[in-house]
Design a protein around this ligand. Structure first.
Ligand code: GDP
Ligand code: IMO
Ligand code: MG
Length: 408
């Protein structure tokens, strides 16, 4: 069974935590898109791990994890991450594999990424990890894949710096390289968890273009990125926060503004939810849950079940708000516009919900959640036409409630 986990907002929804939780019952975990722009946090037994390239199932002893074909991999970042995991006591020997079709991020691409974004009139605010350049080299058919690291004629086209860089990692990359198609065929019938990076609204095609990343972070990308056909995707889980965050630039209709941003609410959410980027340390922009955007994410990814995280962050509030529509040019709409001009101009129509005013981080069963919290979830399910199958009430692996079995 192939189960896909994607972000249903602008990234940082808690995918790492959820994939780590679900990986306990998975046979194999495959990351299918993005690169070291991602930052996936896992907290287990009080220890915190930050993963950027390695799939979030790697913490279980002996579990096989794969960096899939849709990824762009900076070998320097990869081997530094492996070394750090080993230092933290995680034995990764012989169980991290890389698709030979994945593309390699070269040092020159990282420089170009930073320079190009700095020169943009409206910078995207990229993570500076060379992601966009690597994906554009791939589209331009000038990229270097893992399968190409021993292809002398191809490598001769590179600058000396990039050539030497690849040469330094060639043996280690070749030792980890696999044929994704054959691998997935062998694991047919196993429980395979397909881990996304970024989020639906950062997807190159479906997101808030051009303020997006460059990979296929939507569910459709899971097929290409893992080397299987789309009909082999059995279930899609979309992770979302009880509120919204965004890092970098671009439209964000429900972003806290004025008093909310400068006053207590924005600071409270940022500190309570620890809303600082794992990769760049940038403070995340925060706002209300945007149901217009979330429902759009459900539609374009055929999300079977939503996974709600960070519900505990709202524990002390009297009142919670979420956007149920936008107004633009005096008209109300509940559709998510493609035009960035429009999306920047919209004003959210906010609906209020009663807060529960008690701590929920220790709650283990869905039925034991406060009625107000269940009412908020129930409204989201009705609005999106999608059930919330898992609820997370803290960053620890154990603070997770599953309402129905994920692998059935
Ligand atoms: P990812 O990129 O989607 O994996 O998410 P990040 O790791 O970048 O950011 C999510 C942050 O929220 C991390 O610090 C997690 O430890 C934390 N987190 C995940 N789920 C919950 C939750 O339900 N409640 C709280 N308070 N924090 C959570
Ligand atoms: P995870 O997997 C949040 C954002 C960047 C920037 C835009 C483009 O942790 O959810 P890029 O370097 O990819 O070209 O930057 O995308 N971005 C993310 N925001 N979470 C992420 O990953 C992100 N990966 C990229 O901040 O706005
Ligand atoms: Mg993240």
């Amino acid at each position: 069974m192939n189960t896909v986990v994607i972000g249903a907002q602008w990234g940082d929804e808690g995918k790492g935590k959820i994939v780590d939780y679900l990986a306990g019952e998975a046979d194999v975990i495959v990351r299918f898109s993005g690169g070291a722009n991602a930052g996936h946090t896992i907290v287990s037994g009080g220890r915190q791990y930050a993963l950027h390239l390695i799939p979030s199932g790697a913490l279980y002893p002996g579990k096989v994890v794969v960096l899939g074909s849709g990824m762009v991999i900076d070998p320097r970042a990869l081997f530094a991450e492996i070394a750090l995991l080993e230092e933290q006591g995680v034995d990764t020997t012989g169980r991290i594999f890389i698709s030979d079709r994945a593309h390699i991020v070269l040092p020159s691409y990282i420089e170009i990424d930073k320079e190009r974004d700095a020169k943009r009139k409206k910078p995207i605010g990229t993570t500076g990890r060379g992601i966009g350049i690597t994906y554009s080299m791939k589209s331009d058919r000038d990229g270097i894949r893992v399968a190409d690291v021993g292809w002398k004629d191809k490598l001769d086209e590179l600058s000396k710096g990039d050539y030497d860089f690849i040469a330094g990692y060639r043996d280690r990359l070749e030792a980890m390289a696999i044929d994704m198609a054959a691998f997935m065929e062998r694991h047919k019938g196993d429980r395979v968890l397909l881990e996304g990076a970024q989020g639906a609204l950062l997807d190159l095609d479906l997101g808030t273009y051009p303020f997006v990343s460059s990979g296929m972070s939507s569910a459709a990308g899971a097929a290409i990125g893992a080397g299987i056909g789309p009909r082999s995707l059995d279930k899609v889980l979309g992770v979302f926060k009880a509120y919204s965050t965004r890092v970098g630039n671009g439209p964000f209709p429900t972003e806290f503004s004025g008093e909310e941003a400068e006053g207590d609410l924005g600071a409270f959410i940022r500190e309570t939810g620890r809303e600082y980027g794992v990769t760049t340390g940038r403070p995340r922009r925060c706002g209300y849950l945007d149901l217009v955007a979330l429902r759009y994410a459900c539609w374009v990814n055929t999300i079977d079940r939503l996974v709600m995280t960070h519900l505990d962050v709202y524990d002390t509030l009297d009142e919670i708000k979420a956007a149920v529509a936008y107004t633009v040019d005096g008209e109300e709409t509940a559709d998510f516009p493609a035009s960035i001009g429009k999306l920047t101009a919209v004003k959210p129509v906010l609906q209020c919900f009663k807060g529960w005013k008690r701590p929920i981080s220790e709650v283990c069963h869905y039925d034991d959640l406060p009625e107000e919290a269940k009412a908020y979830i129930s409204f989201i399910e009705d609005y999106c036409g999608t059930k919330v199958g898992v609820v997370s009430v803290g960053y620890e692996r154990t603070q997770t409630m599953v309402r129905e079995a994920v692998w059935d």
